[in-house]
Ligand binder design. Sequence first.
Ligand SMILES: Nc1ncnc2c1ncn2[C@@H]1O[C@H](COP(=O)(O)OP(=O)(O)OP(=O)(O)O)[C@@H](O)[C@H]1O
Ligand code: NI
Length: 322
Amino acid sequence: MALLEMHNLSVTYASDKGPLKAVRQISLQVEKGEVLGLVGESGSGKSTLVGAMLTLLPPNAQASGQLLYHGQDLLALPESAKRRLRGNGIATVSQDPFTALNPVITIGKQLVAFQHHKPGSKADKLNHAVKMLERVGISDPQGRLKQYPHELSGGIRQRIAIAAALLTEPELLIADEPTTALDATTEMQVVEVLKASRQLVDGAIIFVTHDLHLVSALCDKVAVMYAGEIVEAGPIGEIFGSPAHPYTRALLACDPERIEVATRELPFIAGSVPMPSVHRVGCPFQPRCSLAFAPCGSETPPETLLGEKGRTVRCHKVNADA
Ligand SMILES: Nc1ncnc2c1ncn2[C@@H]1O[C@H](COP(=O)(O)OP(=O)(O)OP(=O)(O)O)[C@@H](O)[C@H]1O
Ligand code: NI
């Protein structure tokens, strides 16, 4: 059994403009020990998918399908059980560490509180906190314990948020754009911390990012999202080495050096992600795809397996050429 399994997972938001289907029929597995990167342009549904995994979708969202964690369907759990899982099994690092840290409580007290479901005295937990701060590269950890979040720089705050998540000993760590709010130098340091965190998580990690360099530095597997769907997924080497879907190819089309050094952002692709209206015909990428042909505008491409390593792609052109 995989640690996390999604079967036909969809999420629809109620809005003034009618229902918006932000995540569409996603099927994906995350095994223990795996580090998965989730990439895609803004609005492709990454945070919505993560919200479902964290059982933190807003009230106007309705999820359907299956989202199995250790075989248990998170969508069917009562609120009390969902709360128990957050911070005890499933942990998160978000773009803004202020969401994880309470502004009026010292770092030390908070890092103890993050260990509330673990046995041990307060002194033990403070000890663990200090060790974890050291592991995420924070100098003078003892001194930090007495400080408040606003007294710290963005990079230090984010490292503390990572330390806090790791102190819960998660089996599933989900980081949604953990370095987006940081300047380039601080970002590099936090990336190193995230790399090292692999050794500290006895389970799986999911990184959500726009940054392809970050994915290749941190992940074993990648899932490329487009307009609420996973258009291509599989092992990093295969997908970055020989992208099959025209959207993945477009993402990787820039010189990798340029992606790394200059922008570290997704290259520009003409056109925009379609609105996630409920009714959709054909392939969502068809209006922007130079390879589109007859079936692309009228039939949804089926998910096809490529090779033996669980790689999947949704593209009529790939199927036609196979
Ligand atoms: N609470 C909400 N109510 C209604 N629509 C929403 C809500 N949150 C997100 N959406 C819509 O759902 C779609 C997917 O948004 P989501 O934030 O999941 O994308 P994303 O890939 O995380 O984007 P980004 O890279 O900008 O964070 C978008 O069209 C967005 O406008
Ligand atoms: Ni997002």
